[in-house]
Design a protein around this ligand. Structure first.
Ligand code: FPP
Length: 249
């Protein structure tokens, strides 16, 4: 087996994942959709371990979008209970693995118990130096941008607006931009996830349903990413020249 290339230009510094396909996974097995979400939690646990093992610095997963409130009441309530139970059962293991758990999104709409679980998890793991595991809950990319604009107006009205200053008010002020954006479940959409932060992300879509996404699936996506030529608006020739200069120095 060859050793994977973990150099920063070959390994995403920030991986974002839309974990889609839980409902279809359950349907295929004649199970309720909620069973799919439970299986989805297992896949998420494996993903965190695999990212940490591979040395990816930041992982953000889309656990619940601002639009997910529109799902049937029973599914929303099961998802909320799942978040509460998962947080309390996983947090000490994550802490032992040196994972820093953070949440992005508007948490004020969650009930008190979940808000407390979120705060406790962040508090417990805030000094950890391993993987930053960011959970997007009641999150929407447009909300993130409007929320940032509102704060910027309040704090810096009259001053010039730059991309850098604006980004300081997003939910991810200290995190790198998304390098690799994975969506499972066969749809090819961004669905209002980290839209500012993913401006230059490589987009990877797979038909694999989220509960079936395992370490090997992650490695396939990372191998694909390592082969991408990231140009950030430049030409291919310029990028090749830069690489040659880097190798020569
Ligand atoms: C999308 O699949 C999945 C969700 C809306 C929920 C994702 C949540 C988890 C996997 C749990 C993660 C838990 C934590 C604590 C981070 P879908 O229901 O839209 O599937 P479908 O497209 O097949 O219907």
């Amino acid at each position: 087996m060859t050793t994977p290339d973990n150099s920063p230009d070959k390994l995403p510094q920030h991986l974002a994942v839309v974990m889609d396909g839980n409902g279809r996974w359950a349907k295929k097995r004649f199970m309720p959709r909620t069973a799919g979400h439970k299986a989805g939690v297992n896949a998420t646990r494996k993903l965190v371990a695999a990212c940490a093992a591979r040395g990816i610095p930041v992982l953000t997963v889309f656990a619940f979008s601002s639009e997910n409130w529109n799902r049937p009441e029973q599914e929303v309530s099961t998802l909320m209970s799942l978040f509460v139970t998962t947080l309390s059962s996983e947090i000490s293991k994550l802490h032992k693995q040196n994972v820093q758990v953070r949440f992005i999104g508007d948490r004020t709409r969650f009930d008190e118990c979940l808000q407390k679980g979120i705060m406790d998890a962040e508090q417990l793991t805030r000094n950890n130096t391993g993987l930053v595991f960011n959970i997007a809950a009641n999150y929407g990319g447009r909300w993130d941008i409007v929320n940032a604009a509102r704060q910027l107006l309040q704090k810096h009205s009259g001053e010039s607006v730059t991309e850098e200053r604006f980004a300081q008010y997003l939910q991810t002020p200290d995190l790198p931009d998304v390098d690799l954006f994975i969506r499972t479940g066969g749809e090819q959409r961004i669905s209002n996830f980290l839209i500012w932060q993913s401006a230059y992300a490589e987009l990877y879509f797979t038909d694999t349903l989220w509960p079936d996404f395992d370490e090997q699936s992650l490695h396939q996506a990372l191998d694909w990413y390592a082969e991408r030529e990231r140009r950030f608006g430049k030409t291919s020739k310029q990028i090749q020249q830069e690489q040659q200069n880097k190798q020569a120095s």
